[in-house]
Design a protein around this ligand. Structure first.
Ligand code: ZN
Length: 348
């Protein structure tokens, strides 16, 4: 069972590691980032396997009683001081830290917890009040951010191709949503399930960004990673990592297919996710208003309402959302129509 949860796919890192426009030092930092992602994979796999073995037990884990009014889960921030030992040194009072990265990591992890509670009544990413842990200043000019199965980690970026990874609220929402997926549908990180896993993180990461900014489906940019693009990426014409509303966008660092085909599961999940991303975007746009209010609730129920399904296919997920759109909104057929037509338009 795997949960590979880096925001930047390996092939993008390797592309920059070989880019002659970059200085030798910058290229080296990309080589280093690839190396770290490979070594971290083993740790992640262990954590995800442990979670699945627990949530697959034949008896339910009793909910932890929470005193009312609801308290948000605790948030902690650790400083790696450019080292790579996790979690690093604990930071006292990160919410008032003079270090902008530390403060931002804390404020945003709290905000994600608020988003999941206020919108979906989910108590932290595991649904059981789990403390949210973020480590910042990981590695030297480390060009990535990742969920390792138990916590978040952010690199500072090299300042040229990528900037501080805590600057992307959608990046933070994306990574923490890998935790939600790990504790609900428990999707594998390969095959079509891998593409769905990545898509859940983009969908809820983008929704979180829209919720924080009070954007409607029309004012949202539907971009992933727009705020972590460094000056050199912008100069090369890149605006984001991925564009959910237009997966093939060549201004994205990692353009994706926008239509389903048998065999799409052979792609890296960061690419196959484009198809379910586009389906969600189209459904939400057709419904209108705020993405998290209706389309978001259908997707959330599909993700969290039925227990683990590690090998789920894209068509199985599509069928589940179609069915939920009807059962959750029995008096508004337009919701089902929007969801149904969105999936049909991407070939599912
Ligand atoms: Zn991811």
């Amino acid at each position: 069972m795997t949960c590979t949860c880096f925001i930047i796919p390996d092939d993008v890192l390797k592309r920059f590691a070989a880019d002659p426009d970059l200085s030798a030092e910058l290229r080296q930092s990309f080589h280093h980032s690839v190396e770290i992602s490979q070594k971290t994979r083993a740790v992640r796999d262990q954590n995800a396997a442990l979670t699945l073995s627990t949530i697959s037990l034949p008896f339910p884990i009793p909910p932890i009683p929470i005193p009312r009014p609801h308290r948000l889960p605790a948030g902690q921030v650790f400083d790696c001081h450019t080292g790579t030992t996790l979690p690093g040194t604990p930071v006292a009072n990160p919410g008032t830290s003079a270090d902008a990265t530390i403060k931002r990591a804390y404020v945003e992890e709290e905000s994600v917890a608020k988003f999941y509670w206020n919108v979906f009544k989910r108590d932290s990413i595991d649904g059981h009040h789990m403390t949210l842990i973020s480590s910042v200043h990981y590695g030297v000019k480390y060009n990535n951010a990742f969920w390792n199965g138990t916590q978040m980690t952010y690199g500072d970026g090299d300042g040229q191709v990528f900037v501080d990874f805590t600057l992307g609220d959608d990046v933070i929402g994306h990574e923490l949503t890998h935790g939600v997926t790990q504790h609900s549908l428990a999707l594998n990180y390969s095959g079509e399930a891998g593409g769905l896993n990545e898509s859940m993180s983009d969908v809820f990461g983008s929704m979180f960004r829209q919720w924080e900014k009070s954007q409607t489906v029309l004012t949202a940019d539907w971009l992933i990673g727009a705020d972590i693009m460094g000056p050199m990426s912008k100069q090369k014409g890149y605006t984001c990592l991925r564009n959910m509303a237009n997966p093939k966008d060549t201004h994205a660092l990692a353009p994706q297919p926008d239509h389903y085909y048998p065999g799409i599961g052979n792609l890296d999940p960061h690419y196959s996710s484009g198809v379910p991303n586009l389906a969600f975007t189209r459904a939400a746009k057709k419904i209108g208003g705020h993405s998290w209010e209706k389309a978001g609730h259908v997707w959330y129920k599909a993700l969290t309402g039925f227990g683990p399904s590690p090998n789920m296919t894209m068509s199985q997920f599509a069928a589940r959302t179609r069915s939920l759109a009807t059962s959750m909104y029995p008096n508004d057929a337009s919701i089902h129509t929007a969801v149904d037509s969105a999936w049909t338009s991407v070939g599912l």
